[in-house]
Design a protein around this ligand. Structure first.
Ligand SMILES: Cc1cc2nc3c(=O)[nH]c(=O)nc-3n(C[C@H](O)[C@H](O)[C@H](O)COP(=O)(O)OP(=O)(O)OC[C@H]3O[C@@H](n4cnc5c(N)ncnc54)[C@H](O)[C@@H]3O)c2cc1C
Length: 394
């Protein structure tokens, strides 16, 4: 079988892999990118509802979860959202800011993939899809990689195989297995940015609220996110839940402030003075979605005219609305998760180059590493920044 020679072989034609290839190719390195999927950038294509939330202008290291919160700092500082925006602008891709800081394509995520492929071509990078990698081994000063089409010899091997979420899009555990093969630790993996499921009486309580959404703040320990919460057939979702899911683990308390920005107890007491004859259910229906207000009254508060409630009762109801417990039983898992928490332990990786401290010439970039961003464009920014860092030296 034929053997081809490259300076750099990148496994994974996703966000991080293509960025790394572009930067390495621009340095004059001979670069090959291999992906087992039938087209490059599949996750980019499905991201941001098809419009790709390609970065967040407010990116800071605090937007990432990692066993080593310092690890992401160097790469993020050296390739900022504005560097990526400059590339997007060079390609005349129209974009807009949705929620503050979150940038999306006006038209389609396809434009981001086309841009990356055009940049790969300009840097002389070869991108091949539908090529599974079966085996990798150290070979002289570099590596030998086996594929059904032949062997590839390379000086630098970049692992950019992403996380486990959405297996139907080509996600595999290959990168984690490869890391272990070369002596790296892989920190426990779990689904992040994912809807939470409820079971038993907790599911029954909210089952017929499916489709109801409200602005709320979700908190778990010291983490807190104020955005929309959505009730679903299986549990709870919406941006606030997706964000907090990355901090939640079975058994941990998850609380919702159902009336963020106000003191619900004081609000109820004020309402009592203004509308003593109105029933609690009606009053709560003005501060919460009506179906939710009705359900909470049916299940927990009852509903009498406001003037019949004592101050202490209203205070108690208000306090409960500000810290409403959601007893989640699990997550919807990798099928719907946007990211994988955990991954290749950054202790074994240089934070400036993304190169293995154990095996010279071996690099890990993007989501396969134990660096996971919040919702809002941060995960792509990490993919671009870590890919850029490795591309400068690989
Ligand atoms: C539905 C959805 C929406 C998202 N929306 C956003 C968003 O709007 N903004 C944001 O910042 N983040 C978003 N994300 C997260 C973001 O897509 C990822 O964090 C990012 O793509 C990670 O980049 P990566 O290059 O590390 O991995 P990926 O982009 O996942 O690329 C990995 C590549 O490796 C390939 N591969 C895997 N195993 C092998 C193998 N054995 N051999 C060869 N190739 C292999 C895969 O086919 C894939 O092409 C979203 C994720 C999902 C699932």
């Amino acid at each position: 079988m034929a053997t081809s020679d490259y300076d750099v072989l990148v496994i994974g034609a996703g966000a991080a892999g293509m960025m790394c290839a572009i930067v390495a190719g621009a340095r004059g390195r001979r670069v090959l990118v291999l992906d087992h999927a039938n087209k490059p950038g599949k996750k980019i294509l499905m991201s941001g509802g098809g419009r790709c939330n390609f970065t967040h202008t407010g990116t800071t290291p605090a937007n990432y979860l990692s066993a080593n919160p310092h690890f992401c700092k160097s790469a993020l500082a050296r390739y900022t959202p504005w560097d990526f925006i400059a590339m997007v602008d060079r390609h005349r891709i129209a974009w807009h800011e949705k929620t503050p800081g979150q940038l999306f394509c006006d038209d389609s995520a396809k434009q981001i993939v086309a841009m990356l492929l055009a940049e790969c071509a300009r840097s002389g990078v070869r991108v091949e899809t539908s090529v599974p990698v079966s085996n990798v081994r150290a070979h002289g000063d570099g590596f030998m990689v086996d594929t059904p089409q032949g062997h590839v010899r390379c000086a630098s091997l970049v692992v950019a195989t992403g996380g486990l979420s959405v297996p139907t899009m080509g996600a595999t555990a290959f990168g984690y297995d490869l890391a272990r093969q070369f002596g790296h630790d892989v920190l426990p993996l779990r689904a992040g940015l994912v809807p939470l499921t409820l079971s038993g009486k907790h599911q029954e309580h909210y089952a017929d609220l499916s489709g109801v959404a409200l602005p709320a703040s979700a908190s778990c320990g010291s983490a807190s996110f104020g955005e929309a919460v959505l009730f679903t057939h299986r549990g709870v979702s919406g941006p606030a839940i997706l964000q907090i899911s990355s901090y939640w683990e079975p058994g941990r308390e998850l609380l919702l402030d159902l009336m963020p920005g106000i003191d619900p107890a004081q609000w109820l007491i004020d309402q009592q003075h203004e509308r003593g004859a109105a029933e609690l259910r009606t009053v709560l229906g003005d501060g919460l979605p009506k179906r939710l207000a009705q359900r909470l009254c049916e299940l927990f508060f009852g509903s009498r005219p406001m003037r019949q409630y004592r101050d202490a009762e209203l205070r108690d109801i208000g306090e409960r609305l500000a810290a409403w417990p959601i007893v989640a039983s699990g997550t919807e898992g990798y099928r719907t998760a946007e990211v994988t928490l955990g991954g290749v332990d950054t202790d074994g990786i240089s934070s400036t180059t993304m190169m293995s401290r154990r095996v010279p010439g071996l690099y890990f970039i993007g989501e396969v590493l134990d660096v996971t961003g919040h919702l809002g464009g941060y995960n792509f920014q990490w993919a671009w920044a870590s890919g850029h860092a490795a591309g400068q030296v690989a």
